[in-house]
Design a binder for this molecule. Structure first.
Ligand SMILES: *[C@@H]1O[C@H](CO)[C@@H](O)[C@H](O)[C@H]1NC(C)=O
Ligand SMILES: *[C@@H]1O[C@H](CO)[C@@H](O)[C@H](O)[C@H]1NC(C)=O
Ligand SMILES: *[C@@H]1O[C@H](CO)[C@@H](O)[C@H](O)[C@H]1NC(C)=O
Ligand SMILES: *[C@@H]1O[C@H](CO)[C@@H](O)[C@H](O)[C@H]1NC(C)=O
Ligand SMILES: *[C@@H]1O[C@H](CO)[C@@H](O)[C@H](O)[C@H]1NC(C)=O
Ligand SMILES: *[C@@H]1O[C@H](CO)[C@@H](O)[C@H](O)[C@H]1NC(C)=O
Ligand SMILES: *[C@@H]1O[C@H](CO)[C@@H](O)[C@H](O)[C@H]1NC(C)=O
Length: 778
């Protein structure tokens, strides 16, 4: 027997023995198609971009046969010549090794906001071989494209794809440019330009167009937009494939523009239910019955067209029932939908694998009983579907649905909704449960993933989750946070290390079932009935804040520290907003106008100070979001349209505030021009009501807020700075000195209260009936 075949045999034996579940038979064809050389070049390019001073010190080699388990692996070694040699099964594996070395041996961090990537003079010794835990590491949520990437140019993508490679992701949702494909397909099915314009939403809302939730809102899309996005998608695909990553492309889920009803009156299609209050102009496409011939014809045409333009790695993302239930609940019907959806993929690409977001099962647990879920999941041959268990850190479904009845799944941390800010994370859960799920009896877990709706917040928790790729055991929590701090700030400062140590057990250790959605008093629509809640004791946050400030002078040159000092100060002010709100409501309810005025002043002052601190850091500015939106336009009209898209998404989310505040941003510019003015108006109206001794007409005030503040903000075109101003440390110190020891803060009326709730209602803010103040005030 030749050595190589012997190794193969040993390799297969090893694989069968080590992996709980073997899907190689159905997923074995999912492999990079580019050469080893291409992958090596991709990695070298990345090293050059991220670590200019270390470029010549790394020798990289891609050898697909280096490991036989079907999983990716790498070996990294420092030679006697002082150079670091990395061998990996793919470009991604090599990039992961490179980051592994930077992270654990050189204390370097490459994150979303900034990189601290200077290598030490003498490269530390290393000699390690690691096989990654699972077959896949998946990245992106169908919403990330709208909340984070919508206005990105190639330079942004290039940097981000480097980060993906460093972070070991090998399965990437690539959804850019699909409307250009649909445009062609719709025209082939005889839709007019007008029909299509009525259907496509604006750029900031494409995720929900694609899932059939809305249509036409803030649209249409221009030819120029289509051309640009096709170009961009080609660049993205080419780059991710060059690293040996696989792209997941969209497929037809059955949603059709209204015009299909006119053009194909015989076809059985159902108008979908309205979604989140969108009226008939903007909601409700048709859902085509899967039994119709037309279903396969459209699905096939789309995939053909897409392959012609973008090629394929045989992975297709498709969600027929995102936040909407099937028209019939018959098991046979559900199972037929599943089968036809899959057939429409395989007719065009016989090697197709269906990647399905498992969000539906978590979103509507009552509807998706085990039987219905089984009907859908088993309608596709075993191993031909990959389920993304989308929010495994809070609502895992893999146990409830018996390991997806045998279909492979990926354990994903969703963490963020709407790209909102607010410190938050579930460290212990991700640290323990990924490993438990992988090792569970008959586990069908084949990967880990990140599925945030928006990024650029809470990097620490993403950094921790990424380590699931190679960690075999839960990590030492204290050690993780300490080293994270050193890497991020470039220095071991005891005070800030203690600060993070406090945060890790409080803010970053959420374990509850209530939904956290970035809604706090300051970001919410003013109301007399806001429910204020936190999962952590405020005291800890204030203590951590003290420590951050105590470390400030020592770390004043660290961009990572300056970013985080803004974030912690922001968090503190967010909490002060909650606290003073409670106080304000108490004063209002006991109808004490002097007390009310005493509290109203600091309450509104929270916003002014928040605006000041946010303005000092580029990551917390409205300006770049708006400018990058305008940058994508190709005509004066489009410039206005795109700015409107950008402003509407982060505020009203819909023409009339249909999903108001969902994607709110605690950014300089939003605070001064949106959050503050509406609260000012509301507080003023409360004071008037007190003075005139009448009941506040909340409905009227809300209408006024909408007309005078909220809606005008979305139509406005005021320019906001794209560069920060003000000194972060000075301003943080000023805010700290001003707020930390206020006496009114220790008023007994402000004592923090804890409310246990078992329901699944959304929080931090719940509206509750007026005058049930026992919920709020102790
Ligand atoms: C590197 O580690 C491997 C396996 O632990 C060992 O066999 C080898 O001798 C080491 N190489 C060096 C240069 O230390
Ligand atoms: C489009 O319309 C033409 C002319 O009526 C017709 O021949 C053709 O079959 C239609 N295409 C499709 C895909 O229905
Ligand atoms: C259309 O499909 C639905 C769901 O399967 C079915 O109940 C209905 O009878 C069908 N209508 C026609 C006209 O075939
Ligand atoms: C839906 O709302 C928009 C914006 O408020 C309005 O222009 C349109 O007329 C409404 N459509 C219907 C059908 O009510
Ligand atoms: C897995 O199954 C084995 C054999 O049936 C059993 O001994 C073991 O306790 C099970 N482990 C878990 C974690 O359920
Ligand atoms: C919050 O923490 C502080 C300091 O440890 C403690 O005194 C206080 O009782 C805690 N409050 C609650 C509600 O647990
Ligand atoms: C706008 O586009 C130009 C050219 O691509 C680029 O240099 C600039 O940074 C962009 N500005 C923003 C705010 O994205």
């Amino acid at each position: 027997m030749h050595l190589k075949s012997l190794l193969l045999v040993v390799g297969f034996w090893f694989f069968h023995k080590s992996a709980a579940y073997n899907f190689e038979e159905t997923l074995g064809h999912l492999k990079p198609k580019v050469s080893a050389k291409t992958q090596e070049d991709a990695v070298l390019g990345m090293i050059k971009r991220t670590t200019p001073n270390g470029y010549k010190l790394f020798l990289v080699k891609v050898d697909p046969d280096f490991e036989y388990s079907g999983r990716e692996a790498f070996k990294i070694q420092k030679g006697t010549d002082g150079l670091i040699r990395i061998t990996g099964t793919t470009g991604v594996a090599v990039a992961t090794a490179f980051n592994y070395y930077l992270k654990y041996f050189c204390n370097v961090q490459i994150s979303w906001e900034f990189s601290r990537a200077n290598l030490p003079e003498i490269l530390p010794e290393i000699n390690e071989t690691i096989t990654l835990n699972d077959r896949f590491r998946y990245y992106q949520n169908v919403c990330t494209t709208s909340y984070t990437f919508v206005w990105w140019q190639w330079e942004d993508w290039e940097k981000h794809i480097d980060w993906m490679a460093l972070s070991s992701f090998n399965l990437i949702l690539a959804s850019t440019g699909q409307e250009a494909i649909w445009d062609k397909v719709y025209k082939r099915f005889n839709l007019t330009q007008k029909d299509i314009d009525e259907h496509f939403t604006g750029p900031a809302f494409l995720s929900w167009l694609r899932m059939g939730n809305i249509r036409g809102w803030a649209g249409p899309l221009s030819t120029d937009w289509h051309e640009k996005s096709v170009r961009l998608q080609k660049q993205i695909l080419s780059r991710i494939r060059s690293f040996g990553m696989l792209a997941v492309l969209p497929a037809f889920a059955g949603h059709l523009p209204r015009a299909f009803k006119r053009l194909y009156p015989e076809a059985n299609m159902t108008l979908m239910e309205p979604w989140n209050n969108f009226n008939d102009t903007y909601c409700c496409s048709y859902l085509l019955e899967p039994s119709e011939d037309l279903f396969i014809r459209i699905g096939k045409a789309f995939i053909h067209e897409q392959i012609a333009e973008f090629g394929t790695d045989h992975l297709y993302s498709c969600d027929s029932f995102n936040e909407m239930n099937p028209t019939s609940s018959e098991l046979s019907y559900i199972s037929r939908i599943g089968r036809t959806t899959f057939d429409a993929m395989t007719v065009a690409d016989p090697k197709a694998i269906w990647v399905m977001q498992g969000w539906l099962f978590a979103h509507d647990i009552l509807y998706w009983t085990k039987e219905r879920a089984r009907a859908l999941l088993t309608s596709v041959p075993q191993g031909k579907m990959i389920v993304l268990d989308l929010q495994s850190e809070q609502y895992p479904q893999y146990d409830r649905l018996d390991q997806y009845f045998g279909q492979p799944y990926i354990w994903c941390m969703l963490h963020n909704f709407g790209g909102t800010l607010g410190m938050y994370g579930s460290f212990d859960i991700i640290n323990q449960n990924v490993i438990k799920a992988r090792n569970a009896n008959s586990s069908t877990m084949i990967g880990t993933g990140l599925t945030p709706e928006g990024i650029n917040q809470n990097y620490v928790i993403y950094d921790a989750m990424i380590e699931s790729a190679w960690r075999k055991e839960p990590q030492d929590k204290e050690e993780f946070f300490r080293l994270y701090t050193v890497r991020r700030y470039g220095k071991a400062n005891d005070k800030v290390i203690r600060g993070w140590d406090i945060l890790k057990d409080s803010i970053y250790n959420y374990k509850g079932l209530l939904k956290i959605r970035g809604k706090y008093v300051i970001t919410n629509t003013p109301s007399l009935r806001l429910f204020v809640w936190t999962w952590y004791n405020y005291t800890y946050l204030f203590d951590a804040w003290d420590l951050f400030l105590a470390a400030a002078d020592d770390l004043k040159h660290s961009p990572g520290f300056l970013h985080d000092l803004v974030d912690v100060t922001r968090q503190v002010l967010q909490v002060y907003g909650d606290i003073y709100y409670k106080n304000l409501m108490t004063a209002y309810r006991i109808r004490n106008i002097n007390k009310f005025r005493d509290v109203a002043e600091p309450f509104l002052d929270v916003f002014s100070d928040l605006e000041k601190i946010l303005a000092t850091n580029k990551a917390f500015l409205l300006g770049p979001w708006l400018e990058s939106a305008k940058n994508c336009s190709s005509s004066p009209e489009e410039k206005i349209q795109f700015e409107y898209n950008a402003r509407n998404q982060i505020t009203l989310w819909g023409p009339k505030g249909e999903i108001m505040n969902y994607a709110n941003k605690q950014w300089s510019g939003v605070v001064s021009h949106f959050f503050l003015p509406r609260w000012k108006l509301f507080v003023q109206s409360m004071e008037d009501a007190l003075q005139r001794n009448i009941k506040l007409n909340e409905k009227l005030v809300k209408e006024k807020m909408f007309k005078e503040v909220e809606e005008p903000f979305t139509f406005d075109t005021t320019h906001f700075p794209t560069e920060p101003h003000g000194n972060t440390i000075e301003i943080a110190k000023y805010i700290h000195a001003k707020w930390r020891n206020r006496v009114d803060f220790h008023d007994k009326m402000l004592r923090r209260i804890r409310i246990e709730r078992s329901s699944e209602e959304e929080f931090g803010i719940l509206e509750y009936d007026e005058f049930t103040p026992e919920v709020l005030i102790v």
